[in-house]
Design a protein around this ligand. Sequence first.
Ligand code: ZN
Length: 94
Amino acid sequence: MTIERNLLVGLDEIKSVVLQCEQCKSRMVISPDKMDTYPGACPRGHVWHWDTTPGREAVGTQSVGFVVSLKNLRSQTSSNAGFKLMLEFMDPKE
Ligand SMILES: [Zn+2]
């Protein structure tokens, strides 16, 4: 018998958004509620593109949309829609 363990997380339980630089792997940890601006570079100065530069617009624009949506969904009560949006993750212990 296989037992599957997963973690079910409400959006209001998300502590932070973590941005990891693709070049140096350094990270910025920001509360989703405090993320009003988008860092233009990692702590070591590698440029991050949030704009709509051709070729990067999908990732940059969708990332901004994700953070904005996350902030908005966290500020609303679940009774507005009649359901609560949650995310499910695999248990990292497995
Ligand atoms: Zn970097």
